[in-house]
Design a protein around this ligand. Structure first.
Ligand SMILES: C=C(O[C@@H]1C=C(C(=O)O)C=C[C@H]1O)C(=O)O
Length: 96
């Protein structure tokens, strides 16, 4: 591998990282809207049955794309925990 290839690969990685962050931002916008709807309907912040279905799907997709299932589950656990904390905050702010 020459220096040119290394540089090109790092440029590709930087661009993919930006896409990941952009997609996460879009996901948080969508989940915030869900949080507002759930707070308005007095629904719990956490939905374990929905999360179980998603976890199943993440495993299938991880296998399909050849990515570690454990890694994907950990990444989404971190993201979903953040969403749930955000939903709890929305719920508490609407109760006041
Ligand atoms: C977004 C929701 O709220 C929570 C967060 C989820 C997520 O980030 O995907 C899934 C289920 C819920 O525990 C939802 O209920 O759909």
């Amino acid at each position: 591998m020459n220096g040119d290839e290394l540089g090109q690969l790092r440029t590709e990685i930087d661009s993919l990282d930006e896409e990941l962050i952009k997609i996460l931002a879009l996901r948080f916008i969508a989940t915030s809207k869900v949080g507002i709807i759930k707070a308005a309907k007095s629904l719990e912040a956490v939905d374990p049955s929905r999360e179980a279905i998603q976890a199943q799907r993440y495993s299938v997709l991880a296998a399909q794309y050849g990515v570690s299932i454990e890694l994907i589950q950990k990444v989404f656990r971190t993201v979903i925990d953040e969403v749930v904390a955000n939903h709890q905050a929305i719920r508490e702010s609407t109760l006041k």
